[in-house]
Design a protein around this ligand. Structure first.
Ligand code: EPU
Length: 302
């Protein structure tokens, strides 16, 4: 969707919002899939209410993009603009055991930065692509840990009140790859309370997690991490693998031959290809096991 009315363009400039016309979302998603639209980069949180009022008043639908690492976006010209937070500098501030982190901060770099300040706990998240805001929204986790455990406070733009609010960690419910935030709430910043640990010890943990990930996941290939949530008591990857579906493909969308719950883009896969592959695998699993797999990947279907 194009924002080319000069009045709206001027209002965006007044709000300090950067307009990046005709942005290819395929370049902003780890799957390398997604059509074209105008991207609005937000530099100051306090402008968000006015920005959303401006968009609503002009009937411009929007979506909010984090790091694009757990996202499948439709092909072609997209019918909404995309909002994204620009990371502040610095994006992590440490005070004792507290790390105050911008939602737009890169997750991996945040884990290593905190480690260097002798703050641990997040080792399992090393190698998970995306932003801290994205990890927070879906309570990202791996190797027995989840980010929600360490959340002391969150700054968010609450869609229901249209206000920027602070929420204490104990007021948020963190479940398996799910939180009590509303779908349109925007994560702005989080304060993590992390356990003190010597850097060398944290580094050992990081190396172990890196090694496990390297040996079991298709790192370096375009993917959105796991496509399906694990059903209770089972691994979606194992169920798909047991059906012999590794390598199954639709166009350039393929079930990874390394981990069957990762679907990779081996070249120029379209969203249509990837969605067809997801549907095909879901149907086969349901037919064989009677288990209806739910998406973990977020789909923006135009
Ligand atoms: N397995 C297979 N074949 C496969 C994949 C897995 O047989 O193709 C077997 C493994 O051998 C193992 C079991 O299934 O015995 C579980 O596999 P794994 O340890 O890889 O864990 P997972 O349940 O498939 C979950 C998370 C990952 C996270 C890993 C490590 C979900 C949907 N997936 O995978 O998270 O990295 O554990 O903690 O919860 C993600 O959320 O995007 C993600 C990748």
């Amino acid at each position: 969707m194009r924002v080319n009315d000069p009045k709206i363009v001027a209002s965006l400039a007044e709000l300090g919002v950067e307009l990046r016309p005709e942005t290819k979302l395929s370049e902003l998603t780890s799957l390398g899939i997604g059509g074209t639209t105008d991207l609005l980069r937000i530099k100051k949180h306090e402008t968000i209410p006015d920005l959303l009022n401006l968009l609503d008043a002009n009937h411009i639908p929007h979506k909010f993009l984090g790091g694009g690492s757990n996202l499948l976006v439709s092909d072609g010209e997209l019918p909404w603009v995309v909002l994204q937070l620009a990371p502040p500098d610095p994006d992590v501030i440490i005070e004792g055991n507290l790390a105050r982190v911008a939602a737009a901060a890169d997750l991996g770099r945040t884990v290593t930065y905190c480690a260097k300040q002798d703050l641990g706990g997040m080792e399992g998240l090393i190698g998970v692509p995306g932003t801290v805001g994205g990890a927070l929204r879906m309570n990202a986790g791996a190797y027995g840990m989840q980010i929600g455990t360490y959340v002391r406070e969150v700054d968010l733009f609450r869609a229901a009140t249209r206000k920027i609010e602070k929420v204490r960690g104990h007021q948020i419910s963190f479940e398996y790859r799910h939180t009590s935030f509303a779908p349109d709430d925007m994560m702005l910043a989080v304060t993590l309370e992390l356990p003190s640990k010597p850097y060398n010890e944290i580094l050992k943990g990081i190396r172990i997690c890196n090694e496990k990930r390297r040996s079991s996941q298709p790192l370096g290939q375009k993917s959105a991490g796991c496509i399906f949530r694990n059903p209770p008591g089972a691994s979606a990857g194992r169920l798909i693998d047991e059906l012999g579906l590794k390598g199954l493909s639709v166009g350039d969308a393929q079930v990874s031959d390394r981990h069957a719950n990762f679907f990779v883009n081996t070249g120029h896969a379209s969203a249509k290809d990837m969605l067809a592959l997801i549907t095909d695998v879901r149907e086969r699993v349901e037919k064989s096991y009677g288990v209806a797999l739910e998406n973990e990947v977020v789909v923006w279907n135009a």
